[in-house]
Design a protein around this ligand. Structure first.
Ligand code: TMP
Length: 237
């Protein structure tokens, strides 16, 4: 697959055109940001880990019936994906209280919910990704009601599959953010990435944080945490 011109550079990835109009190449960077880009840094080796981990999990999800944008890993940092137009919603599932949930509702981190929660943010950096509900998303024409229902269903399936899989590795899937896209024919597929940048992952036994919160909160041991998740997930592949 020939890599052509760069189409877009985001905070963590670059996206390139290819000779096939329906396919793109994503290139994962080591750059890390938090708080809508206010905090900037580098996590050495993150691009490789996020690329491989995301591809591994997307293939697992495909096997469980969740369609994704994944096509083919072509290098440590680069993957061919199906071209989508991103639905401008950040879809967040939570199994355990943490982060903005704990802050907003004044509860400690670590409360295990009886059932998962779902919330949406409007993916818009200028507005700071404001929280919205399905009615707001429809009013803003970000997605149709049918699309939102499908996205919800897919997101809860992703939660079930990944929660079980991570538990087998001694990791609790606390919460995560997903993004979905539309193929040219309108089919909704899981897109973007699933990585320690976009999930909270805690060691089951020690509750040690194995994700980007170590960077957000200046806890140190960021690279070690990413490497630990990678090791448990894929051995030394
Ligand atoms: P939050 O508790 O800060 O709302 O984050 C919930 C989950 O979403 C957490 O796993 C981190 C992830 N997330 C992103 O992937 N991107 C973002 O911009 C934010 C704010 C959170």
């Amino acid at each position: 697959m020939e890599k052509l011109q760069q189409l877009y550079e985001g905070k963590a990835k670059k996206v390139y055109a290819t000779s096939d109009e329906n396919l793109l190449i994503v290139d994962y960077k080591d750059d890390a940001t938090a708080f809508n880009g206010l905090k900037k840094g580098t996590i050495a080796g993150k691009g490789v880990i996020n690329n491989k981990m995301s591809n591994f999990l997307m293939q697992l999800l495909e096997k469980k019936g969740v369609p994704t944008h994944f096509c083919e890993e072509i290098s440590d940092r680069e993957t061919v994906v199906k071209k989508v137009s991103i639905v401008p919603l950040e879809v967040i599932i939570r199994n355990v209280s943490a982060g903005s949930f704990s802050k907003k509702y004044g509860v400690e981190e670590g409360i295990v919910f009886d059932e998962p929660t779902i919330e949406f943010s409007y993916k818009n950096d200028e507005l700071g990704d404001p929280l919205l509900n399905a009615y707001h998303a429809i009013a803003l024409k970000l997605a149709t009601r049918d699309e939102i229902e499908l996205i919800k269903k897919m997101a809860f399936t992703v939660d079930q599959v990944l929660t079980e899989y991570f538990l087998g590795l001694g990791i609790r899937l606390v919460d995560f953010k997903l993004e979905f896209g539309r193929l040219a024919d309108g089919t909704i597929v899981l897109a973007d990435e699933i990585s320690p940048d976009t999930c909270r992952l805690w060691d089951v036994k020690t509750n040690e944080k194995l994700d980007k919160d170590r960077f957000r909160r200046d806890m140190g041991g960021v690279e070690d945490a990413y490497n630990e998740v990678m090791k448990r997930l894929m051995g030394n592949k």
